[in-house]
Design a protein around this ligand. Sequence first.
Ligand code: C5P
Length: 234
Amino acid sequence: MGRDVIVACDFNSKEEVVKFLSKFEHENEKPFVKIGMELFYAEGPEIVRTIKGMGHKIFLDLKLHDIPNTVKKAMAVLSNLDVDMCNVHAAGTKPMMEAAIEGLTRADGTRPILIAVTQLTSTAEETMHEDLLIPNSMEETVMHYAKNAKDAGLDGVVCSPLEAGAVHAKCGASFLTITPGVRFADGEVGDQKRVMTPAQAKEIGSDYIVVGRPITQAADPVAAYRRCVEEFVG
Ligand code: C5P
């Protein structure tokens, strides 16, 4: 699996996302697209078929977390939808992640890439101690959840580019790190706190970077995407 740039298509309607993706006219330049809850819940599974039909790979970011049997059955539906990557919360435990893999695996043995969310970056360490009653440090918790995901047979985790090196050290070089929080050196940071450039993310060993606004809100999104690919894939 090679390094790639995933474009976070955080639009709230099919019209907007199709208009945006139509800017990528060349057949051999169809970005890997991330679809989140907002767009999926607004438009339903048809949005996946539409974007796949336009020639894009899809990371469906629905972060499943439920009892193993429910997650297994939901994953079978996503697998039939032919998404390329999807995810679960590692907090659902190893049995839930194993059930997710089972549900995703098709009769011919193939399946989409499955990654785990460890701790959401919106959860502060103190909140994790107080609300979730997890006494360990954030770093220990993230690494432990990553290891659980690896042990359950998942392919990788979503993490900060700053954690990618440590995740690889703990879970192996082939365990994927998917990292948001990417900005161009001369670009706006916006609400992201800990950012890295595509070149730095490459340096540190990210496998996939998830880039939203630096591409979707650029004056020339195709040029911004190309710049990202050039810096990250090289
Ligand atoms: O626009 P921007 O590049 O900040 O978008 C980053 C994308 O990655 C968004 O879809 C955001 O929800 C997602 N994400 C993130 N930080 C995480 C996990 C996901 O920014 N820790």
